[in-house]
Design a protein around this ligand. Structure first.
Ligand code: HEC
Ligand code: HEC
Length: 192
């Protein structure tokens, strides 16, 4: 038998075995995953607030704490519901999963919305500009396209470089200098 074929069988069976053992662990407790850009509880915005405390206790059950700044105000309610779906599903096999009551859900969503960024409105004329394609390409793998008006033009260079470092951390292709320029000019509303 050909050696690389044997190797392939080995890799497939290792993947298969580790996959099934992970599945087995869900029942024993909560298996946590690692979000790439997590925060500690004291790094959350307004860390003494009720919303931050709820986020730390509920959202930290399955993974480290996400930054409430990483999604737009418009997207958070839908993202939140998706997390509640995960929690409901897991509660079936892991009775330890805590699910917020309605009042806490409201508090959590309003904390997330308050700290999320503003996304580019659906009817913004900027959506018709050709450069919006570069912005969607480089930004929407992680979150919505931000509204340029919420930060002063000179801030965008720093923000885009920070986002580029997140792309790098995730092993994604970094922006070329010319893409970086197009994206920053779009956000700073400087048209060539
Ligand atoms: C029951 C487990 C569970 C709980 C509780 C939970 N999450 Fe998650 N979370 C997941 C899983 C699983 C993923 C990866 C799959 C996915 O993206 O849906 C994830 C991924 C994420 C991501 C990265 C993907 C994205 O949408 O950007 C964010 C942000 C996030 N969770 C936010 C939250 C917040 C905020 C809360 C609390 C309101 C929360 N999670 C509570 C299971 C959970
Ligand atoms: C690999 C994931 C990722 C990509 C790609 C990404 N972002 Fe982000 N973005 C984040 C995370 C994580 C946060 C929250 C932490 C922070 O602000 O540093 C965030 C937050 C933001 C915020 C809110 C900052 C604040 O202080 O309120 C803006 C605005 C933003 N991103 C713009 C962009 C733009 C523009 C692009 C595309 C050029 C982009 N992002 C691409 C992950 C990403």
């Amino acid at each position: 038998m050909n050696l690389s074929f044997l190797r392939l069988i080995m890799v497939v069976s290792i993947l298969f075995c580790s996959g099934s053992s992970t599945a087995g662990e869900w029942g024993k407790g909560i298996k946590r995953i690692v979000l790439p850009f997590g925060l500690t509880a004291n790094q959350l915005p307004d860390p003494q607030s009720k919303g931050a405390a709820l986020l730390a206790s509920y959202c930290g059950q399955c993974h480290n704490l996400p930054s409430p700044k990483m999604h737009s105000t418009g997207d958070w309610p839908m993202r939140f519901e998706k997390m509640m779906d995960h929690a409901m599903l897991m509660a079936g096999t892991s009775p330890d999963v805590k699910i917020p009551v309605d009042k806490e859900k409201k508090e959590l969503v309003s904390y997330l919305e308050k700290n999320g960024f503003r996304e580019l409105p659906a009817n913004s004329p900027l959506r018709g500009e050709p450069q919006v394609f570069n912005v969607i390409w480089f930004c929407s793998v992680c979150h919505a396209v931000p509204d340029p008006d919420q930060f002063p033009a000179k801030e965008w260079g720093k923000i885009v470089d920070r986002m580029n470092s997140y792309r790098k951390k995730q092993g994604r292709e970094e922006m070329s200098n010319s893409d970086r320029k197009v994206v920053i000019n779009f956000l700073a509303k400087e048209r060539q």
